[in-house]
Design a protein around this ligand. Structure first.
Ligand code: HEC
Length: 167
């Protein structure tokens, strides 16, 4: 008889632990997001989000857009806008390297030398210097494409503007 009470206590503790684990498991596997589109275990959900963030292609589509905007900002002498775009190019590239570290080596010179030099030309507020810098920037976009074995992405100075942002 004297064992009954401790036995009940032990069994209760076990039941509590197991039901807790069960609840935790259910929370971990719960589908979330509108319509429950994010499914699976905790790690599976992270994998889905990582896929949705995309790879270096998404980085480059953004860099390509901002590169054009940077050019026209310089032609407009809209230096605050130019500065905004170069900062965003830097952030976009850094985030891209975080997602795809194998691309980083080819981009080191671009981040550490090319972008700071381009920033200096924007600070100078001199269109001639800016245009020289922009040519240097463009040829460095292409050197990275060659290093990364995608030389068919040939970047050339923009000929026509598409964005509605004008000065
Ligand atoms: C780290 C090296 C690197 C640098 C620096 C770089 N690129 Fe790229 N770029 C790539 C790679 C790699 C791809 C192919 C992406 C893929 O296949 O996922 C690419 C693809 C592109 C694409 C095609 C994207 C698409 O999917 O349609 C554009 C546009 C582009 N780059 C523009 C630029 C411009 C403009 C610059 C300079 C301001 C630049 N890139 C600098 C590596 C680089």
């Amino acid at each position: 008889m004297k064992y009954i009470t401790p036995l009940i206590a032990i069994v209760t503790v076990f039941i509590l632990i197991f039901s807790c684990n069960d609840v935790q498991e259910k929370i971990k596997n719960k589908s979330v997001g509108p319509g429950g589109w994010l499914k699976g275990s905790g790690n599976e959900k992270f994998e889905t989000i990582a896929d949705q963030l995309r790879g270096f292609d998404a980085t480059m589509v953004e860099v390509g857009y901002r590169y054009q905007e940077l050019y026209w900002a310089g032609q407009d002498e809209n230096w605050d806008y130019a500065n905004y775009q170069i900062e965003k190019i830097e952030t976009t590239l850094k985030n891209g390297f975080e997602r795809r570290p194998k691309r980083e080596k080819s981009g080191t010179h671009f981040l550490n030398y090319v972008l700071p030099e381009m920033k200096k030309t924007i600070k100078s507020r001199d269109t001639i210097l800016f245009n020289k810098g922009f040519m240097m920037l463009t040829s460095n976009c292409n050197s990275c494409h060659t290093m990364e074995k995608v030389p068919f992405f040939t970047v050339k100075i923009p000929a026509e503007r598409q964005s509605p942002i004008r000065k």
